[in-house]
Write a protein that binds this ligand. Structure first.
Ligand code: S3P
Length: 463
């Protein structure tokens, strides 16, 4: 994919349905009794993997464009009536599919095998194996990685599980297993809340699930421990779902518009769940012009519109980016640091934030983001290598990146590393650069989350 520089982005768009929420809608619908109609289902290859896996378990799934109908296998008593699959269940590139479905299969009275592509087969799975085994399932792996063989059991034992890594996938895995446990399953998030789509989806399908932090637009304060409690065994009832637009897809367009002077972009119908939208708070702290309107929706997820204008240089407000004493390796004071529990709430947006940082006065430092090393690619390395190729000044840290700014980026030959978010982040970088860029493998890998990305970006671009 070749990308020429742009002067600005202008227009009003909607992005396809949220990937995280679509996975959950399909999985929870499969567990429920009755027929669920899901509208605005994600167009991503990852969510197609989830539908494929659910179908392979004997659940009837019909898809007509963005509308999906799922005949759930739920019952009033006992486990849902899934059919064991003779073939391995192929999760493709999708960590969410593998980790969430493993939770479901842990509470089925049969064994299943979960496989994925090369990237997924390198990603850490001990984080789900440990809690599922504590609940009474048996999970074998290849040194902590896929393929996974899940020997399920019904009912499982409930657990109180304190998560060693901040991961919504691990939390969701335990909660989905908890549906088949006799008693209260608890997940403790010691350093603040990760995305809570599973909790919301389960509650709307009739599960008794409670979070000790109110579901308001107010984020849990930094470092606060959050406990989610789910009562099992739960018997879910089908209901219709409308999936909001994907904030993480919109984020690439929003970041590009904030970076390119003269841009004026509005994204409508986008999910505004506060556990996902930390990027907006960071952009505000950099002085970007943003207008966020929350529509009064009926569904279980907040939805609204985001308008962003590229009006001025991005300058960190010291109130939002206070200097951090003793932060550097020799106890020096750092400034413009993004770190702590907020990192989990901006995890998928960090590659594009790193690109944006090249245009921020004083740059940005991203820390506490070691998880980026075990995403679809090692995103810390991928970002550092590509930024360097564009002549940015960047230091790779074990748990993040230090990016100096503002710098002039130069068009270059870039790698996607087979990672959709790296491809899209560097498409944004290429718009802001001097000279043309090429991103190797970009068109294929954006299919994973946002197949419409390149044509949509092109339709908004003014040169
Ligand atoms: C996701 C959770 C996050 C995120 C991923 C989607 C989810 O992963 O990076 O893109 O849908 O639960 P982790 O739970 O591994 O942090």
């Amino acid at each position: 994919m070749r990308i020429r520089p742009a002067s600005r982005l202008r227009g009003r768009v909607q992005v396809p349905g949220d990937k995280s929420i679509s996975h959950r809608a399909a999985i929870v619908a499969a567990l429920a009794r009755g027929t669920t109609r899901i509208e605005n289902f994600s167009t991503s290859a990852d969510c197609a993997s989830t539908l494929g896996v659910v179908g392979a378990l004997g659940v009837s799934v019909e898809r007509d464009g963005a509308t999906v109908r799922v005949e759930g296998a739920g019952t009033d008593e006992g486990p849902p009536r899934f059919r064991p699959s003779r073939q391995p269940l192929d999760c493709g590139n999708s960590g969410t599919t593998m980790r969430l479905v493993a939770g479901v299969l842990a509470a089925q009275p049969f064994a299943s095998v979960l496989t994925g592509d090369d990237s997924l087969s390198r990603r850490p799975m001990r984080r789900i194996i440990e809690p599922l085994e504590l609940m009474g399932a048996r999970v074998s792996s290849v040194e902590g990685c896929a393929p996974l063989r899940v020997e399920g059991r019904w009912p499982l034992e409930p657990v109180r599980y304190e998560m060693p890594v901040a991961s919504a996938q691990v939390k969701s895995c335990v909660l989905l297993a908890g549906l088949g446990a006799r008693g209260s399953t608890q997940v403790v998030e010691p350093r603040g809340q990760t995305r809570d789509h599973t909790e919301r989806m389960l509650a709307s399908f009739g599960a008794e699930v409670a979070t000790d932090w109110p579901r308001t637009p107010v984020p849990s304060p930094s470092g606060r421990r959050v406990v989610v409690t789910l009562k099992g065994p739960a018997h879910l009832r089908a209901r219709d779902v409308i999936v909001p637009g994907d904030f993480s897809s919109a984020a690439f367009l929003v970041a590009a518009a904030a970076m390119l002077r003269g841009s004026d972009l509005q994204v409508d119908g986008v999910g505004l769940n506060h556990t996902r939208t930390h990027l907006l708070r960071l952009l505000m702290g950099l002085g970007a012009y943003l207008k966020v309107d929350l529509a009064s929706g009926e569904g279980c997820e907040p939805v609204g519109s985001i308008r962003v204008r590229g009006e001025r240089e991005l300058v960190p407000d010291p109130e939002d980016f206070p200097p951090v004493a003793g932060w550097g390796p020799n106890g020096e004071t750092g400034s413009n640091v993004v770190r702590g529990q907020a990192v989990a709430q901006v995890i998928d947006e960090l590659p594009v934030l790193a690109v944006l940082a090249t245009q921020v006065r004083g740059g940005l430092e991203i820390r506490d983001a070691r998880e980026l090393r075990v995403k679809e690619s090692d995103r810390i390395r991928a970002v550092a290598e590509n930024l360097r190729a564009m002549d940015a000044d960047v230091v790779e840290l074990y748990d993040g990146l230090r990016i100096y700014g503002p710098t002039r980026l130069h068009g270059a030959r870039l790698q996607s590393f087979g990672d959709h978010r790296i491809a899209m982040a560097f498409a944004v970088a290429a718009l802001a650069a001097e000279g043309e860029s090429e991103i190797v493998g970009a068109e294929e890998c954006v299919q994973i989350s946002f197949p419409e990305f390149f044509p949509l970006l092109e339709s908004l671009t003014e040169r």
